[in-house]
Design a protein around this ligand. Sequence first.
Ligand SMILES: *Cc1c(COP(=O)(O)O)cnc(C)c1O
Length: 338
Amino acid sequence: MKNIDWANLPFGYYKTNYNVRCYYRDGKWGEIEVSSSEHINIHMAATALHYGQEAFEGLKVFRGKDNKIRIFRWEENAKRMQNSARGIMMQPPPSELFFEMLKKVVLLNEEFVPPAGLGAALYVRPLLIGSGPQVGVKPAEEYLFLMFAGPVGPYFKEGFNPVDIQIIRDYDRAAPRGTGHIKVGGNYAASLVSSERAHKEGFATVLYLDACEKKYIDEAGPANFFAIKDNTYITPKSNSILPSITNLSLRELAADMGLKVEQRKVAVSELGDFEEVGACGTAAVISPIKRIVERETGQEFTYCPDGKPGPVSTKLYQRLKGIQEGETEDKFNWNTIL
Ligand SMILES: *Cc1c(COP(=O)(O)O)cnc(C)c1O
């Protein structure tokens, strides 16, 4: 293993030894190529650059105390990437290809899989882009599917810590029948102005509302939203939310722990009733929320009266982390051991 200060790594890009690539050309996927270059060479008229034919994924790989390497729920990432590809008319990479490339990129960079117990992981970023040229608005005929990987530290250096977030009404992230439900770069482009403003104003992220009525909660920037109330796990249902695999896993764990699970429209007016609220995603698993501020009116909702994450969020967090790190029984068979 590399000599790296694993516990203090940020969540960011880290140069490693190799990445893997595969091209779709002439109607078929080619051989998997291994590269040590951090650059790609694509046509200047590639549809990814002009018309946003771009989708990505993010998943984590953990080393357990038993030294085994575990990949968390990669089949779900493969399925979601296929769905994203279909949503913007790209060639979907088959799950077998997804796994072959994933295995290769992890094993080639094995020395960058952090040791157990530090909260660090190897983050894998699959990327699919239209690499073939078009000037008229049309899907490309050639696609590049690549994966790179790098070690990332625990999302919160101080541990599992509550954050402040902001509700805004002057920007939308995704349209009701647009591309919010797929993991494409365009959604992130649309969120940059409002999310950078939120950071400047002291918030971890923006909580976006449904673009149509501005009455219901969609999601929190790059993470889904959930709330706990009366032994119930509540999370919004909307066409413009990206279906988070962390959220899916938390719903399954919540049900297993005896909570009721509701996936339904969640009105902003309910925020005052919740006992615990949080954002969830691969990067942090759960970011407990301690304060939600309506930017327009200044209205505030506060949680975590003792400054600490709530008991249900904490239990869910520990159970999911435990499974990922090989410390808790993997009852649902979520891990693939390499
Ligand atoms: C990736 C992503 C999430 C989190 O999904 P996970 O599968 O849990 O990592 C949530 N919202 C958006 C918009 C995303 O792109």
